[in-house]
Design a protein around this ligand. Structure first.
Ligand code: DQQ
Length: 464
């Protein structure tokens, strides 16, 4: 195992990641006795995906995290001996209850299990009756894709959706109910996707009410190897979800989001931010994966799903650079860094393309550009490396984004080491990874200064 290098400028400084090793999906996020608890897919053996445990971190402010000992580990000769896969957590009548997928050694058998926590969620006891759900309705899934339970309470019953697919049809979310979280009854498919549109298999389906609608977030696996997070908004009738609109929630490196409601009643969404470099480089760095800054979900007046980083994040802002239209004599900005929070507004009627370059080398030969193309109504990320690009993702990323009549482009960009979270107008989200060849590649440049209306740049304090 390689310990992370403290001089590693690719490592995020204000997003949570464990001190070392591999992390992927957020699991079981809950606010318990006032404190936020984040569990996550974790491999204690190194920076690669294997031997899944639930890691654990706790925070009072959603910003600063204390990493705690592993919460849930596989038990030999049990239904979870091959790993503790993703799941959620509920308050089961005062008893913190984790509902997760247990897998066998080659992941060919996936079953749903329970574990009960003590008062500060640091000690976990597995339910003696595990697994609580292992039967797959005959026509439905293959046992190797039956995972990621998501549970909610309504009308005196617990409901659970389990993700997977229906053979020969496409991705699917199955619906179960229970009086006690222990005995589960199958109801029907909550939603069955179209293979071409929604993927051949679903993972980590979340289903919840928001405003007057119901929202389904799906981590979809597509034929050919791609995976994308989709957000569907619609109605919930007779135990079935009827989508009315759908968008891509994250065009990029965010995957396996998990939502929960905190004590303020906010529906927060978390996500794993994948790496964009080869497995050998991840192992050599000693760390892999980070958690996205939690975001507040809402629907706008057109019932489009919107998300903004939690307002708590502003407490990390330092310094601050502000400019308005006409203030700037140069495209290259007099501020920079690799830990930034940026808000920028542009009038796309004034330039076909507008946006900003980040992580820019002094000669401009290396940079990552976030741009909006008004003609094609596309938000893009383009990555230009100056150094050795072997094993680094550099293909262009794009996401359709239509502005309303008269609406300006509003960009919010979080840059943190090698990690980029960009959202346009609160509703078009693109995440990316960019590994500059030098810490000197930390400049900023506006793309089409003439279209800029306002710009704010803050350096972000480290949470370490
Ligand atoms: N990650 C977990 C699975 C889930 C997948 C395994 C999604 O439970 O389906 O690490 O990233």
């Amino acid at each position: 195992m390689t310990p992370p290098n403290p001089q590693d400028f690719h490592r995020p400084t204000y997003h949570f990641l464990p001190a070392a090793n591999w992390m992927n999906d957020p699991n079981g996020v809950i606010q318990w006795r006032g404190r936020y608890h984040l569990f996550f897919q974790y491999n204690p053996d190194g920076a690669y995906h294997a031997n899944m445990h639930w890691g654990h971190a706790v925070s009072d402010d959603l910003l600063h995290w204390e990493e705690l000992p592993i919460a849930i580990a596989p038990t030999p000769n049990s239904p979870d001996q091959g790993g503790i896969f993703s799941g959620c957590m509920v308050d089961g009548g005062g008893l913190p209850t984790a509902i997760y997928t247990g897998v066998n050694d080659d992941y060919s058998r996936q079953v749903q299990c329970l574990a009960f926590g003590n008062d500060d969620l640091t000690r976990w006891t597995k339910h003696g009756g595990n697994p609580v759900l292992s039967e797959i309705p005959a026509h439905c899934f293959q046992a190797r894709d039956f995972r990621d339970p998501f549970v909610w309470h309504a009308d005196d019953l617990w409901y659970m959706t389990v993700s997977g697919h229906i053979d020969g049809v496409g991705g699917a979310a199955l619906l179960y109910c229970s009086k006690d979280l222990r005995a589960w009854k199958y109801l029907n498919p909550l939603f069955v996707g179209d293979r071409a549109r929604h993927g051949y298999n679903f993972e980590c389906v979340n289903f919840f009410p928001l405003g007057d609608k119901w929202v389904m977030i799906i981590s979809s696996m597509f034929d050919g190897g791609g995976a994308t997070v989709l957000a569907l908004v619609g109605r919930y009738e007779n135990h079935r979800f009827i989508p009315e609109s759908e968008t891509v929630y994250d065009a990029g490196y965010g995957y396996a989001p998990l939502t929960h409601v905190d004590d303020q009643g906010r529906r927060l969404i978390w996500a794993w931010l994948r790496e964009g470099r080869g497995v050998d480089q991840q192992r050599a760095a000693g760390w892999s994966g980070a958690q996205a800054i939690p975001r507040l979900l809402s629907l706008d007046e057109h019932n489009r799903l919107c998300s903004e980083p939690v307002s708590e994040l502003k407490a990390l802002r330092r310094g601050g650079f502000h400019a308005e239209a006409g203030d700037l004599a140069e495209d290259v900005l007099p501020v920079g860094g690799l830990a930034l929070d940026i808000e920028a507004e542009f009038d796309p009627a004034l330039a076909e393309t507008c946006g900003i370059e980040l992580a820019r080398s002094p000669d401009g030969g290396e940079q990552v550009a976030i741009t909006y193309d008004a003609g094609t109504e596309t938000l893009r990320v383009t990555r230009q490396y100056g150094g050795d690009v072997e094993a680094l993702d550099s293909e262009a990323q794009g996401l359709a984004h239509r502005l309303d009549p008269g609406e300006n482009l509003r960009l919010r960009i979080l840059l943190d080491g090698s990690l980029i979270e960009a959202v346009a107008n609160g509703r078009a989200r693109v995440t990316s990874r960019f590994y500059p060849s030098s810490a000197e590649s930390a400049g900023l440049r506006l793309i089409n200064r003439a279209a800029a209306i306002s710009l704010d740049v803050w350096e972000m304090a480290s949470i370490g």
